[in-house]
Design a protein around this ligand. Structure first.
Ligand SMILES: N[C@@H](CCC(=O)N[C@@H](CS)C(=O)NCC(=O)O)C(=O)O
Length: 223
């Protein structure tokens, strides 16, 4: 049985949870806070980053959301998420990297730092200039999602893929932190509503962090 060490507001943990659930891979979730994780977690991943997937009986430890998702693609036939021709798979991987790296650096990470870390750990006020800059960049990324879903059925093409889950995972964290303004992004919003309605999304929408409640609309699949 797999154990997934994850953090509720970690977009990479969320992407992994979505992919495992879509592929119907069962796991025991263990919540860790990267800044206050138990020794057993550091023994599995000395870098101290979530997510980590571990199977004690088989002595397998997988670290890094993309490594975990690719491992599942290679070992589980059900519900392929990196699919199609080599060119289509390359497009899926391009978009996964875009959301994992650029969206995270531009939007999710600054919001997590300003709104979560400063409030719960550092006990200081958020920097409004940094928040404004992250929100402006969020609009640019949502413009690109508008374009993608205006020109394709799903983000990477005709098929639902890991690109959709990587993007929705990032957006769900930003939405939890009150950082998504859908104004002018009706196409992206309609796509996100569909993602949010999938059964795999249910546990993510139920997540709550003590001392940092989500806005009321966060778990509403119609908004
Ligand atoms: N590339 C990694 C990124 C993982 C990552 O940055 N996790 C963050 C939480 S969202 C973390 O554990 N940070 C703690 C730290 O860097 O000390 C992946 O895809 O899994």
């Amino acid at each position: 049985m797999w154990t997934l060490y994850h953090f509720a507001l970690c977009p990479f943990s969320r992407k992994t949870r979505l992919a495992l659930s879509e592929k119907d891979v069962s796991f025991d979730p263990v919540t860790v806070q990267p800044w206050d994780a138990p020794d057993e977690f550091y023994q599995l991943n000395p870098a101290g980053r979530t997510p980590v997937l571990h199977d004690a009986a088989r002595r397998i430890t997988l670290v890094d959301s993309q490594a975990i998702c690719e491992y599942m693609e290679e070992t589980v036939d059900r519900s392929p998420l990196v699919l199609g021709s080599a060119a289509q798979r390359a497009e899926i991987r391009r978009l996964v990297a875009l959301f994992d790296q650029i969206f995270f650096a531009d939007v999710t990470h600054p919001l997590l730092h300003e709104k979560m870390k400063k409030r719960l750990i550092l006990r200081t006020a958020p920097d409004s200039t940094l928040l404004r800059s992250a929100m402006r960049l969020a609009h640019e990324h949502l413009d690109y999602i508008d374009w993608l879903v205006g020109n394709r059925r799903w983000l990477a093409g005709n098929q639902l893929s890991l690109a959709d889950f990587a993007a929705a995972a990032q957006i769900s964290v930003v939405d939890y932190l009150g950082g998504v303004d859908w104004n002018g992004h009706e196409e992206a919003q309609a796509w996100y509503r569909v993602m949010k309605s999938r059964p795999s999304f249910g546990p993510l929408l139920a997540d709550k962090m003590e001392g940092l409640p989500p806005p009321r609309h966060y778990a509403d699949v119609n908004s």
